[in-house]
Design a protein around this ligand. Structure first.
Ligand SMILES: NC(=O)c1ccc[n+]([C@@H]2O[C@H](COP(=O)([O-])OP(=O)(O)OC[C@H]3O[C@@H](n4cnc5c(N)ncnc54)[C@H](OP(=O)(O)O)[C@@H]3O)[C@@H](O)[C@H]2O)c1
Length: 332
């Protein structure tokens, strides 16, 4: 097995500090040490993969590198008693595809602790459709529910709603009976958003208050935000008394400028969502929910299928904020 070659996307750092990528052959022998070798069947594209491809040092520091923070497939070799050859598994998060070789290659080798057995009720392709983005959406919904926000409390707004985290959040909240307001910069995607369950669609400028007011009219019971910056600050100002905002991302900005008024005058909570190092017990619970009661019929509607050879332009598109739903990579 160690001499076997496999196909992978490889990102290289050039002498002039630019980055180029190509699909090429790699050796299994060159994969990092680990307990379990996995034949990856599906991966998916996340915003973080885009950042890895352009050398964002917060994501990847060592090149040449194979990105891909998601992988689902079959165990090929295992030195850990929890896994055996042929088991179907999911790896998402941890350090996969960041500073280790990731799911944009036909093989990965990882520590056994990073692996989640494929839950009953989910195919390996469906696991990749959810991927890190879907898992993060589910973690956010779980956090809002644990905060006590139910469908009867009012509308929940989702920002970056055509993106990976956003679209799964919209579809999942709608599946669970919530009234979902989808905020988007893509006017042309209204039909897509209604089709996955948004009951109202608003422009992203409506969630980008630059007035410096400490509070706005109370509007939403809760929010799931993947945008950050002024958008996150606006949500905090406009969520109803006792409401909560799940903060997942930073596509617009990693900055957050706010006052304490939403917290001390309205009891609003800011819920931090970290999918990368979610404790194992919660991780398994969330995957089981996604395979069970939380599995929504519109999963396929979110999906754009591609192969490793078709991935390159999709990476540019996600970096430009232009993707819709989840790009699933078939590793063949
Ligand atoms: N906390 C975690 O564990 C975790 C896990 C996964 C992802 N994330 C983060 O969540 C964010 C979203 O990830 P993703 O994979 O869902 O990305 P994505 O598919 O690219 O979705 C991001 C969406 O945000 C909107 N957007 C893009 N640029 C924007 C801008 N400048 N201002 C306002 N809105 C903008 C776009 O949707 P519209 O056109 O519809 O507005 C875009 O489709 C990223 O920051 C990612 O790093 C965090």
């Amino acid at each position: 097995m160690s001499e076997t070659f496999f196909r992978a996307l490889v990102v290289r750092k050039n002498d002039d500090k630019t980055f180029t990528r190509e699909v090429t052959e790699r050796k299994i022998n060159d994969l990092p040490e680990g307990d379990v070798l996995i034949r990856v069947r599906y991966s998916s594209l996340n915003f973080k993969d885009g950042l890895s491809c352009i050398g964002n040092p917060g994501v990847t520091r060592n090149f040449p590198h194979t990105p891909g923070i998601d992988a689902s497939g079959e165990v090929a070799e295992s030195s850990d008693s929890r896994f055996k050859e042929g088991d179907f598994v999911i790896v998402s998060g941890y350090n996969l595809g960041m500073d280790t070789s990731g799911g944009f290659g036909q093989y990965i080798r990882v520590p056994a602790d990073w692996i989640e057995p494929l839950p009953e009720g989910l195919t390996i392709k469906e696991a990749a459709i959810y991927g890190v983005a879907g898992f993060t959406a589910a973690l956010s919904v779980d956090a809002l529910q644990k905060h006590g926000i139910g469908p009867e409390d009012g509308e929940v707004v989702v920002t970056g709603s055509t993106g990976g985290v956003g679209s799964v959040s919209v579809a999942l909240l709608s599946h669970l009976g919530y009234n979902v307001v989808a905020s988007t910069g893509k006017k042309e995607e209204r039909e897509f958003l209604s089709g996955i369950g948004a009951s109202q669609i608003i422009g992203r400028e409506e969630v980008n208050d630059e007035s410096n007011k400490p509070l706005l009219s109370e509007r939403w019971a809760g929010a799931i935000d993947s945008v950050g910056g002024t958008t996150l600050a606006t949500l905090l100002k406009a969520v109803k008394r006792g409401g909560a905002v799940a903060a997942t991302g930073l596509v617009a900005s990693s900055e957050l400028s706010t006052t304490v008024f939403p917290f001390i005058l309205r009891g609003v909570s800011l819920l931090g969502i970290d999918s990368g190092y979610t404790p194992k017990k919660l991780r398994s619970e969330i995957w089981k929910k996604l395979a069970g009661d939380w599995k929504f019929a519109k999963l396929q509607k979110l999906t754009i299928d591609c192969t490793l050879d078709q991935l390159d332009p999709e990476i540019d598109k996600i970096l430009a904020g232009g993707q819709r739903g989840r790009v699933v990579v078939d590793l063949e």
